[in-house]
Unconditional design. Structure first.
Length: 298
């Protein structure tokens, strides 16, 4: 892709962000510490420069994060001088709002929907900007830039509003919310090329490094204390990297020697599977993502 193509995508995303700032009273930017949300923060900086980003970053912490992600998050927040809101899945478990899964297949990834909705309600967030892209997954492909949610935070793809001529309708009733996806039209390749063009810092976990992992039905999972292994599963040290970052219990690594952005871009160009092909949680059912989105997931 050319720099001009990336500039078109950048301008579109900045336009959407400015529309959010103009139409909503208490927006927030969902931040996972992954590459897409990092690009979102970079775009927000550009959208409102020389002022600071006018809304907080919101991180839904499952308690099962990669340490590299949390370190990067805290350093970025301090550097930007922005407010950070953290919603803890552990608090939702302690309050009896959700029940923690047990056993080798246990994950807190699905539980974070409740924590997200509670966090948005507590801080009266009326528009949550997310880094979702339409190329990620078939449920994502149905989403508009401005995604209306009812008073329960739920999404109905059949009730989405038209967005002709880049006009975005943010009108809502009391208690309703929006999710907003400024980089909807970007691809994984666009994100990586933009990171390279803008020289954006990202966590080292995205680059090839030695790590202990184990193979679970074709997915290389991190040998972390959050995952209970089956007796036959043995961890071994490999040179891997992560294409996407989420909860450590369901985010798989890929075998890779890509240690620079240029090498990552070449690797992505040659890849035959999507980045979410290494997300173990998406394999629970054919409609795993759409089911979570209907329930309130970002």
């Amino acid at each position: 892709m050319t720099a001009s193509h990336l500039k078109v995508l950048e301008n579109e995303a900045i336009h959407v962000m400015r529309e959010v700032a103009a139409q909503f009273e208490r927006p927030g930017l969902l931040f996972s510490g992954g590459k897409d949300s990092i690009v979102m923060v970079h775009l927000a900086k550009k959208a409102f420069f020389p002022a600071k980003i006018p809304f907080p970053l919101i991180h839904i912490d499952t308690g099962h994060n990669f340490p590299e992600t949390l370190i990067f998050r805290d350093e970025l927040v301090e550097k930007l001088g922005v407010r950070l809101i953290v919603g803890l899945v552990q608090e939702s478990i302690d309050q009896g709002l959700v029940e923690e899964e047990t056993g080798p297949e246990a994950s807190r990834n699905a539980l974070q929907t409740v924590t997200l909705l509670e966090t948005l309600k507590k801080h009266q967030i009326d528009a949550a900007l997310g880094g979702g892209r339409r190329d990620e997954e078939k449920a994502r492909a149905k989403e508009r830039f401005f995604s209306h949610r009812d008073i329960f935070g739920q999404w109905d793809p059949k009730k989405q509003r038209p967005e002709l001529w880049s006009l975005y309708n943010g009108l809502k009733n009391q208690g309703e919310q929006f999710r907003v996806f400024p980089i909807s039209n970007w691809t994984e390749m666009d994100v990586w090329q933009y990171i390279a063009m803008e020289q954006i810092e990202i966590p080292q976990i995205y680059f090839a490094h030695r790590r202990k992992v184990f193979n679970r039905r074709g997915t290389l999972l991190d040998d972390c204390p959050f995952i209970q292994k089956y007796p036959e599963e043995k961890a071994e040290e490999m040179v891997v990297r992560f294409r996407t970052i989420g909860d450590a219990t369901c985010t798989g690594a890929v075998i890779s020697r890509a240690s620079t952005l240029e090498e990552i871009i070449q690797e992505v160009a040659a890849a035959r599977n999507t980045e979410r092909g290494n997300r173990h949680d998406d394999k629970r059912s054919e409609t795993a993502m759409e089911d979570r989105k209907r329930a309130g997931y970002f």
